[in-house]
Write a protein that binds this ligand. Structure first.
Ligand code: ATR
Length: 288
């Protein structure tokens, strides 16, 4: 990955302070992953979980700045709300409408979104190296879907079909980005037909996430044999959707790679150094 900053900037204590703001935050794997990365590169510092309630977000961002934190990740439910407390928003994050990474350059806070690029890098490395001309079906149209769909539009896909329980959200998203790719928004009633011609099927909804591991976001008989099936969920590592897809000869791709890559891109913004991706991945795997 490219280095984005030349110098390592540290807090006033001489150590690099990093963290993740969310509610809840106890189960986040980000601290263990980033602390392993700092250690591997010999960078003095610490990455801490920051349990921030919505009503405390503004104060937390001010404190982040005054305490000299170098960077933070931002997770549910703050990814949209946090934008109004930052000084600058990167163009990609502005288009997606969500921030998952903050960089503090001497008191100037800039918001980035590494979710989409992290996801697409992982999908291409692990499951489908060339997405051009493919029919990509995306289940869900929430914040996670926006990040990955925006990144997918840069891959010259043939068609992106967005299917959502609330049809209007899928349609609105498709209208907004129709100049970037051939993209259409569909209701769940149109899902069966769309999925039948999919080359790549991506679940961005929370259906199948721990503890509801027996849930599946669409009837398994709809999944075409031999396609690529991807799930953003990484807990469990293999969702029921991926299990059933694998039984049908599909190439399956779980959410761990996305999680590690979004963290790796963020780490590079903060440290200016290439992230030790394999160490980060193995650390997360070992923490389950
Ligand atoms: P995230 O940031 O993780 O994407 P989100 O913005 O709340 O979270 O979006 C969740 C997505 O999963 C939405 O597309 C949601 O559908 P709605 O827009 O209709 O709410 C979808 N989703 C969540 N639970 C679902 C369920 N049980 N069945 C179908 N879709 C579901």
């Amino acid at each position: 990955m490219d280095s984005m900053h030349q110098e390592v900037v540290v807090g006033s204590s001489g150590a690099m302070l990093l963290g993740v703001m969310g509610d809840p935050i106890r189960h986040s794997k980000s601290p263990v992953m980033h602390n392993a990365a700092l250690k591997a590169l010999g960078i003095p510092g610490s990455y801490v979980p920051l349990h921030i309630k919505p009503e405390g977000l503004e104060g937390a961002v001010q404190a982040f700045r005054s305490l000299g934190f170098r960077g933070a990740n931002v997770t549910i439910p703050h990814k949209v709300e946090v934008m109004k407390y930052l000084d600058m928003i990167d163009e990609g994050a502005a288009k997606v409408g969500a921030v998952n990474t903050i960089v503090n350059d001497n008191g100037v806070l800039t918001g980035f979104n590494t979710d989409g690029i992290g996801y697409v890098r992982s999908l291409k490395e692990e499951a489908c190296s060339d997405l051009s001309h493919k029919h990509i079906v995306v289940l869900g149209a929430g914040g996670a879907a926006r990040g990955i769909i925006h990144a997918l539009t840069h891959e010259k896909p043939g068609l992106i079909s967005v299917i959502n329980r609330t049809e209007s959200k899928a349609k609105k998203l498709a209208e907004e980005w129709c100049s970037l790719a051939d993209i259409r928004g569909l209701a769940e009633t149109e899902a069966k037909e769309a999925v039948a011609s999919a080359d790549v099927l991506i679940n961005t909804t929370s259906v199948g996430m721990h503890p509801y591991i027996e849930d599946i976001p669409l009837p398994e008989e709809w999944i075409p044999e031999g396609i690529v099936v991807s799930d953003l969920i990484y807990n469990p590592l293999t969702t029921k959707l991926l299990q059933r897809s694998e039984e049908k000869g599909c190439t399956v791709h779980g959410g761990l790679g996305m999680f590690v890559n979004q963290g790796a891109f963020a780490f590079e913004y903060w440290t200016g150094q290439a992230a030790p991706v394999e160490i980060m991945k193995q650390t997360v795997l070992g923490s389950f």
